[in-house]
Design a protein around this ligand. Sequence first.
Ligand code: 9B3
Ligand code: ZN
Ligand code: ZN
Ligand code: ZN
Length: 336
Amino acid sequence: MELPLIPTNIILIDNLQNVLNGQFNNRVRSTGYQYEKYNNWEKIEAWTADIANENPGLVSRLQIGTTFEGRPMYLLKVGKPSANKKAIFMDCGFHAREWISPAFCQWFVREAVRTYGKETIMTQLLDNLDFYVLPVLNIDGYVYTWTNNRMWRKTRSVNAGSSCIGTDPNRNFNAGWCSVGASGRPCDDTFCGTKPESEKETKALADFIRGNLSTIKAYLTIHSYSQLLLYPYSYTYDVTKDNVELHAISKAAVKELATLHGTKYTYGPGASTIYPAAGGSDDWAYDQGIKYSFTFELRDTGRYGFVLPESQIKPTCEETLIAVKYIASYVLEHLY
Ligand code: 9B3
Ligand code: ZN
Ligand code: ZN
Ligand code: ZN
């Protein structure tokens, strides 16, 4: 009866600290932002500034480019600053309608700053790696899904000689570009664009990655829906030289993911697991030499599809975070 008193006191002190944090320096972060709702771009943009300002020792914000419609593309660098760190790049919001994707990038950054110094794995990750998190790649498209058409997928760039708008950003990279599973017609949802990196958004991402190739050791791109964990290649049925390792990582990551809510993921090379398609960012990143390159397709399997209810944001982000932390930990232990 007496022994539990000491641990109970420690827990109480810990709770007290959390309560104090919530009431003072972390007020905006912990009470002002609604991570379990879908946020519009105006809110997400303000959040990128807030989260960086409130966590100066852990988060910094940089601009990597400007969208077609002129919006700044903000990238968050998350990690404990120190010399010669390797990094993991993660983007969300390639496809405008896949709203759970940006929600996950926001969740990830919140959990990083919330659990750093409290949770062993996250602390190790942020002490030894930086995460570059791009909360929304296709900002113009995302805004359009809030204002005009919830099912929009592509960018919002004008196509010469056509009244149809937009290019599929995940068909716009220089990886077997437009050879399979992509369209050369501007009116199609998988239009590959006029050339690789024709979009300002994909060019900005590719330029940043090319400029940081010596540090970026993993590339994660978050889509929905289908509950898949994919790795290269999608542009060919040929498997990569790292197929055995990528298969093993994926198998373990989806197993970890399922431990929380039982959510089942399928995994494998993109071409044979979802469909053969060229011009994707994961294949491009892999061919740049980033061995650990993955595409997540988050919940669900079609019941709600892109219009995943807000009630599923929390469980989806929780389980995805487990898989991302698994992959990041693996990368940290296998730096190359
Ligand atoms: C597609 C490609 Cl081309 C790739 N390299 N990796 C993943 C996908 C699947 C996503 C897409 O762009 O169609 C799912 Se929304
Ligand atoms: Zn997608
Ligand atoms: Zn998808
Ligand atoms: Zn839960």
